[in-house]
Design a binder for this molecule. Structure first.
Ligand code: GCV
Length: 711
């Protein structure tokens, strides 16, 4: 199916995201859709049903290329009916109650059925949110040009809480944000509501995201002050319509009096009237209880607090000689009467705990398993360090069977080329989700830990650090939108394949031309591995420039050992990599057998994780037959060549995508190509001082593109 050429040139600035309801281009499909959807009924008065009606109207009138009426009465004639058994007597009469109930509070059915002797497509759910999710699903079917005949879809999310964590500051800067300012215009709120809040919420709901943490984990205590809470209320009132519950990052020192000299992390600065934030102090407990009561008085469906405590300078219970349990449980008790949760982050790396930074969180948290209040999640980054291009999964997954662990992915590309590089992250997340922890024998995947099926967690969650800002195209890079999309889709259903998600996104966002879809999909699918190879092949890690984390640097002194690249790469005359084997830091012991043994043994350790777990001699023979040094050179060259090919591929798509997005992506890809060449130049010339092996000719003048990949 070829897109009409006339569409290709139309300006598109990316604002519509994947909700770009351009007319269906296949005349055959368009005819079939129009025939199936002659009348549309979404009965019921609830506000989220009105949102579903509005979305169907907007989507179908765009896709069907003509005005669409949506009735609030019974469905007459062939068409679409959406609702719950309570809002539609026609749905109640179908006798599907059991199947509807089986989809849970957010799930839905989409089925072909006969209604009054006429064919109908029915979206049936147990709640109005289910109806909205089902409506987005139906629109996606049209956007991706699927047939509507014989539908029998049953969907329910595999994970209950699917959150975006915004690292947005109250001055509208965004920590690790590369897409302009924060979406939240605190200075205008609560009186003025930017229409973008609705579009943000529509986009989130369309992929099943049901919660947002509005502010940075490096939390400014002001967010909990009453005047800021009024602003939060205004946002919550919008997001609620789309099934999104508002959560806030709480600064542990909030009960303290305001300080005249708060400092960056405000350890001593609060919004209260107390001299302590000690979690065992009765006044402090009362302060949090009253704060929770105040919040819930205004936001009855408030989600809860995300807390970064005693990490990177943030205040926490350790400041008062207390523990994670004391801190998290105190907040949990304040929120529990209202149904709120605490997400207590495990991103802690106190040097006193262990010389190897990657072992510290495990050592601090595993002994606490089973001691947290039932409404506490421990939120764990996907890997044990910090969102590097590749890391093995965090050993906490599987090691805390009595504590619900919430996965934290980073959608924003802090270490993966920021707003410049095209890197599709779904394959990386999928590698982590599919990893086998062996916690209860073979087949105990990380996904089963976080969806609760392995340990029977009573609550489940996944969070993604948002990549969204005030830029017109939301994410800075048009392809970064795919990461927002993929995060939501995987959070809803972690069994989806990255290919499938990419394909959906391309069809909804760019084109339904099969050839173009396949070309873009393949480019996206290779982009993460290309990033890993150009930046930190073989699981090198933390060798980026200090502070802003863009570009290579291998030898600075950040004033703290575990922030220095040398601490991680450990290049010396003998070889390269961090020895975390049983003869080194023994981080491997934090994994279950047989994984710990597999990682421990140089000959069985997967090469993709080699330099994470081993200090490897330069002449060590890799599985390819190359020495480590040659393999390193080869991987860098392979990565650079792959990035160059991405640019070539995109150039070849000039006539297949709209001009504005084509040009904007082209510009960024060109920068990505030169960045890709810089990494091996900087890294190999540094490593060579230790390896004393030759760099193949041409390596320093960007000749990687000519590299022979067949070796
Ligand atoms: C929000 C890394 C980032 C910090 C971030 C921190 C965290 O260290 O560089 O910007 O702070 O992770 O996850 O708390």
């Amino acid at each position: 199916m070829k897109e009409a050429a006339s569409l290709v040139g139309l300006p598109r600035d990316g604002y519509e995201l994947w909700l770009d309801y351009r007319p269906v281009q296949s005349a055959e499909r368009l005819g079939a859709y129009r025939a199936s959807l002659q009348s549309i009924a979404v009965p019921g008065d609830f506000s989220t049903l009105a949102v579903a009606r509005a979305e169907l109207q907007r989507g179908l009138s765009g896709l069907l290329d003509g005005p669409v009426e949506i009735s609030q009465d019974q469905l007459q004639g062939p068409g679409l009916l959406a609702g719950t058994p309570q809002t539609s007597s026609q749905i109640a009469a179908l006798g599907w109650d059991e199947q509807i109930a089986a989809q849970g509070p957010e799930g839905y059915l989409i089925r072909s059925a006969m209604m009054g002797g006429k064919p109908a497509v029915v979206i049936a759910a147990g709640s109005e949110m289910g109806v909205l999710y089902g409506s987005f699903h139906l629109l996606r079917l049209l956007q991706t040009q699927q047939p509507l005949a014989g539908l029998d879809i049953a969907e329910r999310p595999k994970i209950q809480l699917r959150l975006l964590d915004h690292w947005d500051n109250l001055n509208r800067s965004v920590e690790r944000g590369y897409a302009g300012k924060s979406l939240w215009k605190w200075e205008e709120l609560p009186d003025t509501l930017d229409p973008r809040y609705h579009d943000y919420a529509r986009a989130c709901a369309s992929i099943g995201i049901n919660g947002a943490v509005l502010n940075n984990v490096n939390a400014n205590p002001l967010i909990l002050r009453s005047d800021y809470l009024e602003k939060v209320v205004a946002l919550a009132n919008v997001l609620r319509l789309y099934g999104i519950r508002v959560h806030l990052s709480a600064n542990f020192a909030s009960p303290l009096r305001p300080s005249d000299t708060p400092g960056r992390f405000r350890r001593v600065n609060g919004i209260g009237n107390l001299d302590t934030a000690d979690p065992l102090d009765p006044d402090v407990r009362q302060w949090w209880k009253e704060k929770a009561d105040e919040i819930y008085h205004h936001i009855p469906d408030f989600g809860g607090f995300l807390v970064k405590a005693n990490s990177e300078g943030m205040p926490g219970p350790f400041d008062y000689g207390r523990t994670h349990l004391d801190g998290a449980n105190m907040l949990a008790r304040a929120l529990a009467p209202h149904g709120g949760i605490v997400m207590w982050r495990a991103f802690v790396y106190d040097p006193h705990v262990d010389p190897d930074r990657t072992k510290r969180a495990y050592k601090e948290f595993v002994p606490l398993d089973g001691e947290f209040e039932p409404n506490v999640f421990v939120q764990v980054k996907n890997g044990p360090l910090d969102f590097q291009p590749r890391e093995p999964f965090h050993p906490l997954f599987g090691a805390m069977p009595k504590t619900p662990l919430m996965m934290e992915f980073q959608v924003t590309q802090e270490y993966l080329g920021q707003g410049i590089h095209l890197v599709y992250l779904a394959p990386m997340w999928k590698e982590v989700l599919d990893a086998d922890t062996f916690a209860q024998g073979e087949g105990s995947t990380v996904a089963q830990v976080i969806d609760g099926s392995l340990h029977g967690y009573p609550m489940t969650g996944v969070a993604g650090v948002a990549n969204i800002g005030s830029d017109r195209n939301w994410c800075g890079h048009h392809f970064a939108q795919a990461n927002w999309y993929a995060f939501g889709r995987l959070a809803w259903n972690h069994t989806l394949s990255p290919e499938q998600i990419a394909e959906e996104w391309i069809r909804a966002t760019f084109t339904n031309d099969d050839g173009t879809v396949a070309t873009i999909r393949d480019m996206m699918m290779g982009s993460w591995e290309a990033c890993v190879n150009t930046m930190m092949p073989l699981c090198l890690h933390h060798i980026m420039r200090e502070g802003h984390h863009y570009g290579p640097d291998l030898e600075y002194n950040a004033g703290r050992e575990d922030w220095n690249p040398q601490y991680y790469h450990r290049a010396d005359a003998a070889g390269l990599g961090y020895d975390r084997s049983s003869s080194g830091s023994n981080a491997v012991a934090q994994y279950f057998p047989p994984l710990c043994d597999e990682f421990d043994d140089l000959t069985t350790c997967p090469e993709k994780y080699l330099l994470w777990f081993h200090h490897v001699p330069w002449d060590y023979e890799m599985r390819s037959g190359r020495t480590l040094w040659d393999e390193l050179v080869w991987r860098y060259a392979h990565g650079v060549a792959a990035v160059s090919r991405m640019l070539e591929t995109w150039t070849g798509l000039k006539s297949c995508v709209d001009s504005q997005r084509y040009e904007e992506v082209l510009k960024k890809l060109s920068t990505q190509v030169s960045d890709a060449a810089e990494w091996p130049q900087v890294c190999l010339s540094y490593f060579q001082k230790f390896s004393r092996r030759p760099i193949p000719a041409g390596i320093s003048d960007g000749a990687f593109q000519q590299h022979d990949e067949s070796r």
